[in-house]
Design a protein around this ligand. Sequence first.
Ligand code: NAP
Length: 218
Amino acid sequence: MNRPKIIINCAMSADGKIALPNKTQMRISSELDMKRVYNLRNSCDAVLVGIGAVLSDDPKLTVKEKYVETPRQPIRIVLDTYCKTPTDALVVNEKAKTILCCKENNEKKIFQDNVEILICKNNQQNHLDLHDLLNKLTQKGIRSILIEGGGTIIWSFLKERLVDDLYVYIGPIIIGGKQTPTMADGMGITNADDAIPLNIKNIEPQDNGVLMHYQLRE
Ligand SMILES: NC(=O)c1ccc[n+]([C@@H]2O[C@H](COP(=O)([O-])OP(=O)(O)OC[C@H]3O[C@@H](n4cnc5c(N)ncnc54)[C@H](OP(=O)(O)O)[C@@H]3O)[C@@H](O)[C@H]2O)c1
């Protein structure tokens, strides 16, 4: 399929957690890593998150001038099957364009003019079909997408092997907790043979943490 380049970026603790046990957001990245992430975000046509991240973190998903001198402000994309995004969520503010992706008959909410509703097919799990989504985004001229979470969305892209680059910043902390969100939640695999194999492209010590760059192995 002719699809946009997909880059996943995630920050996790040394024990693989990406938020507090109650799902509240916490900063894991170092200041140097924040600069890298904002520059990566600025270099992509779009940045994508799931509705889970929107509801728990209320992210703006814009590029801060503190980190990038002249931000381009990529399109923000939210995967939100039932259009649960609040009309006052920061991800739909007027600072950039937003594409809210939902399933048919869930597009009733009224948002500002910078928000476009994109109707997508649903898959067997009653989530949005990623192949249909990427087809539609390709038709809109989007050539690169930075996936910023949360774990359910990241898992879905990995499971479908729709990933070109995976950046994981591992911060020098332990968060713990059985139910704490991890980088790849969702259903996970049931057979060892189905594990998603990775190649390491680069390992970069950063402050007290490590930046891992992976690609999927064929
Ligand atoms: N450390 C980091 O780098 C980082 C970054 C971002 C977020 N987080 C953390 O991640 C957590 C939120 O993650 P989450 O797993 O709860 O939510 P999520 O991955 O942000 O969103 C998952 C939701 O997206 C919707 N969705 C639509 N199509 C989908 C598809 N094809 N596959 C999967 N989901 C699809 C589903 O809800 P519907 O069916 O209702 O549409 C699904 O429940 C928060 O704790 C947040 O703080 C951490």
